[in-house]
Design a protein around this ligand. Structure first.
Ligand code: C5P
Length: 241
């Protein structure tokens, strides 16, 4: 597999112990381009597992979806940058000031401390959310309108990209004319795989065709009887020879 294909696969290390994360990282490090550490593993194992994977040469997407007052999120972003991760995210619904101050704080600390600046990504709408969920929280926009609005706010607030469902990638590319704007898509399911709680899903090949830069895949790989085979199959599906 060539490096550009590998780089598109982010495996979500959604496990409950550092040991399980270590085993998945060891098995998949030559297949996946990056590893996502989210709130389950981070809450269970703390920043030491992030440091461990980064110092072993793994690239990490720290998926803690920060959403708080601007000062607190900017300060958390500084600590994320100091962990050496490659990408972290904030909820775009936290607003423009929160995103701007975080992006600026990360640029500043990276320059001052000689760190590689991580990409800061906005979460638009969770891929588990549909129109019914928006109605519950009294958002009048359709899912697509809400995703586009939050993606535009992320772009104008200085973020490097967004997390969105693969179903919205094409519309985001039309709305945001910025070639280097990253779109990371969870909600990816190989043909025939169980959707679990994801409601807006696409296959890996279709997500890449639609314009995703990275695919985040968790359960279809980490819960597979053979995660290495499942990851290889996904790569094959993204880029058949
Ligand atoms: O197991 P599955 O492939 O559904 O995992 C998707 C991963 O992406 C989960 O870790 C989930 O928290 C994350 N995610 C998501 N939707 C977003 C942002 C992150 O599903 N909008």
């Amino acid at each position: 597999m060539d490096a550009s294909t590998n780089n598109k696969l982010i495996v979500a290390l959604d496990v409950d112990t550092a040991q399980k994360a270590r085993e998945l990282f060891a098995a998949l490090r030559d297949i996946a381009g990056m590893f996502k550490i989210g709130m389950q593993l981070f809450t269970a194992a703390g920043p030491s597992i992030v440091r461990e994977i980064v110092s072993a040469g793994g690239r990490v997407f720290l998926d803690l979806k920060y959403h708080d007052i601007p000062n607190t999120v900017a300060a958390a972003g500084v600590e994320a940058a100091r962990l050496g991760i490659s990408i972290f995210n904030v909820h775009a619904s936290g607003g423009g000031e929160m995103m701007r101050r975080t992006a600026d704080a990360v640029t500043d600390i990276s320059e001052r401390e000689g760190l590689k600046r991580p990409k800061v990504i906005g979460v638009t709408l969770l891929t588990s959310a549909n129109a019914q969920v928006l109605e519950e929280i009294r958002v009048v926009n359709s899912p697509q309108q809400q995703v586009i609005a939050l993606a535009q706010l992320s772009a104008t607030s200085g973020l490097d990209g967004v997390v969105a469902s693969p179903l919205e990638v094409a519309a985001i590319r039309v709305a945001i004319k910025q070639d280097d704007f990253l779109i990371i898509t969870p909600g990816v399911r190989p043909a025939g795989a169980a959707p679990h709680d994801q409601k807006r899903v696409m296959t890996p090949a279709d997500a890449i065709r639609a314009g995703s830069d990275y695919l985040v895949i968790g359960r279809p790989i980490i819960d597979a009887p053979d995660p290495v085979a499942a990851a290889r199959e996904t790569l094959w599906e993204i880029n058949p020879l």
